[in-house]
Each structure stands twice: as structure tokens, then as C-alpha cells.
Write a protein of this length. Structure first.
Length: 190
């Protein structure tokens, strides 16, 4: 798993040599995976595309630092995630983020609802979270970072990371419940 196949090595070396064809091939191969990461962190597709483009710029700028003994996909995922975090930090500095006050959370325990949700539904729900909640949720629940790591990455207190994760989960549970009600109404009409 740690070895990179010959075709990928050839493409990566071409990128190191600033070969435009190799850069296009690399972009094509890793576009979908990278966009998926960016969409999880962005408010909407336009922001995700901005993050993606900035991420690929960083990939091409730093590709000579890539260690061929490690999986390339992990290296590029880390760059895309870090680029998304940088995008989040820039939004904070611009004062665009607004923290919504806490309100009562409902926990959904109906397994039939989660079985009816698909990836696009879940992604849309995650994108509706306020940026602070969404970023912590992605880093913790999807990317597997701990609260201490998230605290350091985002420059927030560990307690804030835990609180934002709790609030994100609550909001998602509410959205899933609403989605479940929609599914219920759809099924009643049949």
C-alpha cells in the first residue's frame, strides 16, 4: 500500500519537471477525490472549486517534496484538507462567520431514516452547518483528528472544538429528522 505504481511515479516526476501534460493527468486522476474533500468543508460548490484550485496550486508548487515511499493519495488529501482549513481561517478573519446561538437538539433514533439518505443528502446537510461547526465536524468525524489536534489547527480552545462538534451533531440530527419527515410524507402519498 505504501508503494506508488509506475504510472503514478511517471506522472509525479513529470509534475516535478513542470510538464503540463503530467499536471493535467494528475489533476484528472485526483479531481473527484479532491473535490469531495473540498465540498465537505465549503458552503457551496463555488467555494469548493476555489479550495480545489488553491489546493492543486499547492500540490504542483510542493510536489518535489513528496515522499515516494508513502501513498500519494494521502499526501494530496492532507493538502486539500489543509487548504480547506486555510480557507476557513480566511473567512474568520474577514468576519464572514456568524455563530448561531444554541437551541434544543433532537436525537433521531430511527434507522429507517438513515437508510433512505444518500451521500448527496448528507453532503448538503453538512454544507448547511455554520462554517465553525462544519470544519470541526469534518476534521473530527470524517478525517479522524482529535480535539487537541483540531484546537491547534484552527487556533481554538479544545472546549470550543468539543462544543462545535456537539452542536454540529445536534444540527445534523435535526436536519435528518426533517429529512425523515419529508420521506414519511412521500411514502404516505403512495
Amino acid at each position: 500500500m505504501t508503494e506508488v505504481d509506475e504510472k503514478s511515479i511517471h506522472i509525479i516526476k513529470g509534475c516535478i519537471d513542470e510538464d503540463r501534460r503530467a499536471q493535467k493527468d494528475l489533476y484528472t486522476i485526483y479531481y473527484a477525490m479532491s473535490l469531495g474533500i473540498c465540498l465537505r468543508y465549503a458552503n457551496h460548490r463555488e467555494d469548493a472549486i476555489s479550495i480545489l484550485n488553491e489546493g492543486f496550486f499547492k500540490v504542483f508548487k510542493n510536489i518535489s517534496k513528496y515522499d515516494f515511499q508513502k501513498p500519494f493519495s494521502i499526501w494530496i488529501k492532507k493538502i486539500m484538507t489543509n487548504t480547506a482549513i486555510d480557507f476557513y481561517r480566511a473567512k474568520i478573519k474577514q468576519g464572514i462567520l456568524v455563530d448561531v446561538s444554541m437551541y434544543e437538539h433532537t436525537i433521531v433514533e430511527d434507522d429507517s431514516i438513515s437508510q433512505k439518505l444518500n451521500y448527496e443528502d448528507l453532503l448538503a446537510m453538512v454544507q448547511q452547518l455554520p462554517p465553525a461547526y462544519r470544519t470541526v465536524f469534518n476534521l473530527y468525524a470524517i478525517d479522524g483528528y482529535g480535539h487537541e489536534e483540531i484546537s491547534g489547527m484552527l487556533g481554538i480552545a479544545i472546549g470550543t472544538s468539543k462544543s462545535n462538534l456537539h452542536k454540529a451533531r445536534g444540527r445534523l440530527a435535526e436536519m435528518v429528522e426533517v429529512q425523515g419527515v419529508k420521506f414519511g410524507k412521500t411514502e404516505e402519498k403512495r
